[in-house]
Design a protein around this ligand. Structure first.
Ligand code: PMP
Length: 385
């Protein structure tokens, strides 16, 4: 009965396992880009391997990648010392885990926005933290606000975990909103772990803002990011964190024992990507077109309402009109419409009544999924709208 043994098996597993055995299924549950990794990144890894860059690197990653990260938009225009304030990790998830393991004493409070990617809750519990949900609501567009953070605070709160642009909501917090939240963090001496993995996927010219840029925050914020979503490189497993030297040093020490380092050729691939940000811009254009088709399509189905997401590649649609638990609704959608999507209940306790549809899929597949969903919705006997 170890802490690992207590980790929750996501109820969606059953759904996804069932889907994997079915034919002619459209996958809108994907939490990752469907696009290919840019050829330049692949070539950089190939070159590195052929050049014999196939051995351990420093625990905090190759210096040239750290320098590239510090000089890239991932640094949010702030100045980080690539020697002491940047660490390369095995994806963003490894950065999050290292950070929490280094910061949290058992029993200390971790504030986690809800709904959010499920891993946050499980990681926070795993490190022995006392998890408090920052409850967000549809009436406020699922936005985290200073007020909502205050409601979750306890005297032992130590860390605030933030995800913007958000999975599953697509919410992009604005600079004024982040400043308000930052004030709470300063007031209560919180360390902020800010997951910005969807930072390159913000649409309609909405400016990207990081809480690290707010007054008094750089020294108490760990910015976590990766090349996974930005450059369609989820399988390369390269992420990174930028933050206070003391915390980065502890994470580097722990990394020595956990992973030693990130796979060396993959670090070179990531360096190519970080130095070619235009590749991420090209991908954003593709998702943007899909986003519009997805949201217009969902809104054309009686009973479904969907706000236009400002970031990431998820539409978080309101299906409360169907009056059904979303886990059951998603199971029926799979069986009867052969579309896989993710129930909002998988993202904490505030997402029930909503379904996450990923638009990291082709326009043709999205259009076909919408047709199937429309037929499915029309057959629902008790739909009341
Ligand atoms: N953060 C969020 C919010 C995510 O949605 C995901 C992937 N689903 C990750 C982190 C994981 O990123 P990585 O592949 O870099 O570990």
């Amino acid at each position: 009965n170890t802490r690992a043994g207590q980790m929750q098996k996501s109820p969606i597993r059953k759904l996804f396992d069932r889907a994997s055995g079915m034919r002619d299924v459209i996958h809108l549950e994907m939490g990752e880009p469907d696009l290919p990794t840019p050829a330049g990144a692949v070539e950089a890894a190939d070159r590195a391997a052929r050049d014999g860059k196939t051995h351990y690197t420093a625990n905090n990653g190759i210096p040239s990648l750290r320098r590239a990260i510090a000089a890239s938009p991932f640094a949010n225009g702030l100045s980080y010392d690539p020697e002491t304030e940047v660490i390369v990790t095995v994806g963003a998830i490894n950065a999050l885990a290292l950070a929490l393991m280094c910061i949290i004493e058992p029993g200390e409070g971790i504030l986690v926005q809800d709904p959010v990617w499920l891993d946050y809750f499980e990681l926070a519990k795993f490190v022995g933290g006392e998890v408090r949900h920052i409850r967000t609501v549809p009436e406020e567009g699922f936005r985290v606000s200073a007020e909502r953070v205050r409601q979750a605070l306890t005297p032992n709160s130590r860390v605030l975990m933030l995800n913007t642009p958000g999975n599953p909501t697509g919410v992009v917090l604005s600079r004024p909103e982040l400043e308000e939240i930052a004030r709470v963090a300063v007031e209560h001496d919180l360390l902020v772990v800010c997951d910005e993995v969807y930072r390159t996927l913000i649409y309609d010219g909405v400016p990207s803002a990081s809480i690290a840029e707010c007054p008094g925050m750089k020294e108490r914020t760990l910015v976590v990011n990766s090349v996974s979503k930005a450059f369609a490189m989820t399988g390369w497993r390269v992420g990174f964190a930028l933050g206070p030297a003391k915390l980065i040093a502890k994470m580097t020490q722990l990394q020595e024992y956990l992973n030693a380092c990130v796979a060396t050729p993959c670090q070179y691939a990531a360096q190519w990507a970080v130095e070619h940000f235009e590749a991420a811009d090209a991908m954003r254009e593709i998702y943007d077109a899909r986003r519009k088709v997805m949201v217009a399509g969902l809104n054309s189905i009686p009973g479904i309402r969907c706000a236009m997401p400002a970031g990431a590649f998820y539409a978080f649609a309101d299906v409360r009109a169907f009056g059904m638990e979303t886990q059951i609704l998603c199971e029926r959608i799979l069986e009867e419409a052969r579309v896989v999507c993710t129930p909002g209940s998988c993202f904490g306790s505030c997402g029930e009544g909503f379904i996450r549809f990923s638009y990291a899929n082709s326009i043709e597949n999205i259009e076909e999924a919408i047709r199937r969903l429309r037929t499915f919705a029309a057959r629902l006997p008790h739909a009341e709208f």
